[in-house]
Design a protein around this ligand. Structure first.
Ligand SMILES: Nc1ncnc2c1ncn2[C@@H]1O[C@H](COP(=O)(O)OP(=O)(O)OP(=O)(O)O)[C@@H](O)[C@H]1O
Ligand SMILES: [Mg+2]
Length: 297
């Protein structure tokens, strides 16, 4: 029963990959490989060869045979990240692999047997995608034998202090500073902020705060960027201001990953690039805030 598939759901940055790795590390397959593939990161034809591999001469430019991620996960775990992005046709192919535990490379005829466990993750609501005809029900049931939902950080604010202090210690150590406290006022700010980018955004905010802090503690000043975007929700603002702030928050939430941010905003990447330019948005963080080691206490 330890080979059961697990479908991990949750918003971006909630820790889905971290959980998948932990499940693998606790399983009897822990000495085998953990092979992740971000299914949203490849156009359809590349996703196919990434997953299934190809034989020499399978297509123009295939000068040599290549193993796919399915083959590489033999003896271990295949982690299908952003599984909701897999095109319907490939869902059929994958379902067959899961049922027969065998497949063939693109351009090949030899049946290759594989022994792997599947873990999958998505930030989409797959039941909705099934209703819209974007996801196959049979594939869904195959993946979702056990479902694990990770709630967004704003629904578990009690986790924020522990995580914040954990990241503070880690980045303090990494930057050779000796920051050891988050002031109660700063902690209030952290607990009130809605964290659209979840734990990843919290981690980045703490890293940035540690880098810019010239004191031995993290205070509200180090988290001013979080407060600005909250302040004056009821104030008169132009639509442009709201758009600018929202795009900025979403970029931060997605760690400035343009594809993910564009998808979340339901616009294309070109439009997003244009708006970043229009509003003069810049990534804040380490590159712009070098630690002032001379003033280290
Ligand atoms: N409970 C936790 N403790 C410590 N770090 C965490 C925790 N949860 C998440 N993180 C950290 O937050 C970051 C985001 O986690 P992860 O990549 O697993 O998220 P994800 O859900 O896969 O996000 P995405 O949907 O954007 O791919 C990672 O750096 C991870 O180490
Ligand atoms: Mg992930």
């Amino acid at each position: 029963a330890t080979d059961v598939p697990v479908l991990i759901t949750g918003e971006t940055g909630t820790g889905k990959e971290l959980i998948a790795k932990a499940i693998h590390a606790k399983s009897p397959r822990k000495h085998g490989p953990f092979i992740p593939i971000n299914c949203g990161a490849f156009p359809e034809h590349l996703l196919e060869t990434e997953l299934f591999g190809h034989e020499k001469g399978a297509f123009t430019g295939a000068h040599r045979a290549k193993k796919g991620r399915i083959e590489m996960s033999h003896g271990g775990t295949l982690f299908l990240d952003e599984v909701g992005e897999i095109p319907l046709k490939m869902q059929v192919d994958l379902l067959r692999v899961l049922e027969t535990k065998s497949f063939h490379r693109v351009g090949g005829t030899e049946e290759i047997n594989v022994d792997f466990r599947i873990l999958a993750a998505t930030n989409r609501n797959l039941l909705e995608e099934i209703n819209k005809g974007n996801f196959r029900q049979d594939f869904y049931y195959r993946l979702n034998v056990i479902s694990l939902h990770i709630p967004p950080l704003r629904e578990r604010p009690e986790d924020i202090p522990v995580l914040a202090e954990h990241f503070m210690r880690r980045y303090s150590r990494e930057t050779n500073k000796d920051i050891d406290t988050i002031t109660p006022e700063a902690m209030e700010v952290l607990k009130r902020y809605p964290w659209p980018g979840n734990v990843r955004e919290l981690q980045n905010a703490i890293e940035r705060a540690v880098v810019i802090s010239k004191k031995r503690c993290l205070d509200v000043d180090e988290f001013s960027s979080l407060q600005v975007s909250q302040k004056g929700a009821g104030e008169a603002k132009s639509l442009e201001e709201i758009e600018k702030e929202h795009i900025e928050a979403m970029l931060r939430a997605h760690d400035w990953n343009i594809s993910k941010t564009a998808r979340a905003l339901k616009i294309n990447r070109v439009t997003l690039h244009k708006k970043i330019k229009k509003y003069g948005l810049k990534r804040s963080g380490q590159d712009q805030c070098k630690p002032d080691n001379s003033r280290k206490s």
